[in-house]
Design a protein around this ligand. Structure first.
Ligand code: NAD
Ligand code: TYD
Length: 357
């Protein structure tokens, strides 16, 4: 048997592929367009491993997706590929519409054709696993109940709107065509191979470089944080035992303000890599807020726990310590990622923000 993964050179996808092949021998075909966020170095430890077949290509390329499905006959398609950065979606939403909506549509159609042609056991076994986000639910008031799977969709950014649209398409392909789909809506991930334009790796990289640590607005926005390998284990459970057509919320029961996150990372760096110039928190800088910045996300993950017995293995304390250590041990990886293209992004996103008064 084989699985087809999309976006497996990105942050979560590469962790998923590495975890998958560490826990079983079932081959992975990995379709990834290698945008700025895709990085084959994440998969360097699989070099020469025949269980991993990498294909550079776009999920919107129907002929390519059809040929991969026909050639490899996967028993599951695990769909990570997306434009995933809220700030990028604000500065340039077009790519989000193209990949997250049109690309998902193309995959669904290709999967439908493939699945319709399967017989017997192969047809009964096939799964389309769609990886989505808690951001589709919108923003919560401070005292509101955490998001359950029945919370209305109220996306507020081009990113979350495009993911919400893709979730709706996946749902419709199940209800209309019977495609055996599963959807997971997960909170903010952190861990190894996280691209250093997202909050946690950005703070680590900037602190080590002695650069300002930018906090948007008042920094009291709340996110739930999940260690990436726990997200991977949740997806594995859902593929194997999730109920068809269902959505499962995945979270870490770790609500933190952005200030708490930055303070925690600074304190860990003070302990593990002290800076003679003083505590890293001296670099914290409050900058102009993100437009439409969602105030709070919180995940109620009781359904996946109740139905599939999944719980995160890491607490925030254990996960963030592992993460900071990983970045200290992999400075070459960060340096390689911080290419010319990355520098252009930093200019575009932060120059206009200038330090808030
Ligand atoms: P990422 O941006 O790190 O990786 C995305 C990957 O998709 C990259 O390797 C990129 O090259 C590839 N890709 C982009 N467009 C493509 C296209 N048209 N065709 C083929 N490949 C393409 O993203 P991530 O953080 O790993 O997120 C993976 C998935 O998980 C996304 O669907 C995202 O919405 C979802 N998600 C992310 C988080 C999070 O905290 N990062 C939380 C919940 C859900
Ligand atoms: P991010 O990592 O971009 O994830 P998301 O927007 O998908 O939640 O941001 C996490 C939080 O950190 C979000 O509230 C925005 C905030 N943030 C900053 O305060 N400063 C920064 O430089 C970045 C990138 C994010």
């Amino acid at each position: 048997m084989t699985i087809l993964v999309t976006g497996g050179a990105g942050f979560i996808g590469s962790n998923f592929v590495l975890d998958w092949l560490a826990t079983c021998d079932e081959p992975v075909v990995n379709l990834d367009a290698l945008t700025y966020a895709g990085n084959l170095q994440n998969l360097a430890s699989l070099s020469g491993d025949a269980r991993h077949v990498f294909v550079k290509g776009d999920i919107g390329d129907r002929a390519l997706v059809d040929s991969l499905l026909q050639r490899h006959q996967p028993r599951a398609l695990v769909h990570f590929a997306a434009e995933s950065h809220v700030d990028r979606s604000i500065l340039g939403p077009a790519a989000f519409i193209k990949t997250n909506i049109e690309g998902t549509f193309t995959l669904l159609e290709a999967a439908r054709t493939y699945w319709s042609g399967l017989q017997g056991e192969a047809r009964a076994r096939f799964r389309f696993q769609h990886v989505s986000t808690d951001e589709v639910y919108g923003s919560l008031a401070p005292d509101a109940e955490a998001f359950t799977e029945t919370h209305p969709f109220e996306p507020n950014s081009p990113y979350s709107a495009s993911k919400a649209a893709s979730d709706h398409l996946v749902r419709a392909w199940h209800h209309t065509y019977g495609l055996p789909v599963l959807t997971t809506n997960c909170s903010n991930n952190y861990g190894p191979f996280h691209f250093p334009e997202k909050l946690i790796p950005l703070i680590i990289a900037n602190a080590l470089a002695g650069k300002p640590l930018p906090i948007y607005g008042d920094g009291l926005q709340v996110r739930d944080w999940l260690y990436v390998r726990d997200h991977c284990s949740a997806i594995r459970e859902v593929i194997e035992r999730g109920r068809l057509g269902e959505t499962y919320n995945v979270g870490g029961w770790n609500e933190k303000t952005n200030r708490e996150i930055v303070d925690t990372v600074c304190a860990l760096l003070d302990e593990l890599q002290p800076d003679p110039a003083g505590p890293y928190s001296r670099l914290i800088t409050f900058v102009k807020d993100r437009p439409g910045h969602d105030r709070r996300y919180a995940i109620d993950a009781r359904k996946i726990e109740r139905e599939l017995g999944w719980r995160p293995a890491e607490t925030f304390d254990t996960g963030i310590r592992k993460t900071v250590r990983w970045y200290l041990d992999h400075r070459d990886w960060v340096a390689a990622v911080q290419s010319g293209g990355y520098r252009d992004w930093v200019d575009a996103n932060y120059t206009a923000r200038a330090a808030a008064e």
